[in-house]
Design a protein around this ligand. Structure first.
Ligand SMILES: Cc1cc2nc3c(=O)[nH]c(=O)nc-3n(C[C@H](O)[C@H](O)[C@H](O)COP(=O)(O)OP(=O)(O)OC[C@H]3O[C@@H](n4cnc5c(N)ncnc54)[C@H](O)[C@@H]3O)c2cc1C
Length: 146
């Protein structure tokens, strides 16, 4: 485990529990605002429910299968992921069976996926952050100075 960075008493040191997309996004914003942030993650890596399972010659996205972006701020974030090569629109053949007839979907909704796996955006965000994996936060305690 990397040692925690020293911190001046006038600047709060922020701990975030969980390196899913919410924790990683929060940490990215706080760090960009000049705060010192540490993430604690109970599993072996970031991504949370945007998870991927791998076998010898296969992999599958085990949690979220795709995501959509409507909010301008999230659209801009997805563009950042796309520019970094860790997300792209999902080119899928979507439709439904009506009886035995295949009816292709006409939806214009753009679905995105992480590439090469759903975990990719999370790992990319985690690169610039201090994430302590295999560490379960069990209790929170108030101390004299925090
Ligand atoms: C099967 C499935 C299918 C889904 N399909 C879709 C979909 O198609 N489209 C879509 O948009 N969304 C989908 N979702 C939902 C999407 O995956 C979640 O909304 C999103 O990933 C949640 O992100 P989060 O950061 O809020 O939480 P999480 O990803 O759950 O992250 C929380 C993190 O906190 C960690 N943690 C929890 N407690 C502690 C502790 N005490 N100490 C340390 N670490 C802790 C966890 O290990 C985890 O990594 C799906 C989810 C599942 C499970």
């Amino acid at each position: 485990m990397t040692p925690l960075p020293p911190h001046p008493h006038n600047s709060p040191r922020i701990a975030l529990v969980g390196a899913g997309l919410a924790g990683l996004s929060c940490a990215t914003a706080l760090q960009a605002a000049g705060h010192s942030v540490v993430l604690f993650e109970k599993s072996r890596g970031p991504a949370g429910r945007m998870s991927t399972r791998r076998g010898e010659d296969w992999q599958c996205d085990f949690g979220a299968q795709y995501f959509v972006a409507r909010d301008p701020a999230f659209l801009a974030e997805v563009q950042r992921w796309s520019d970094a090569g860790v997300a792209q629109p999902w080119k899928l053949r979507l439709g439904s069976f009506e009886g035995s007839r295949w009816k292709p979907s006409t939806t214009a909704l753009v679905r995105h996926v992480g590439v090469p796996a759903m975990t990719a955006p999370a790992y990319w965000l985690a690169q610039g952050l201090q994430v302590h994996a295999h560490l379960t936060v069990q209790t929170l305690e108030r101390t004299v100075d925090g």
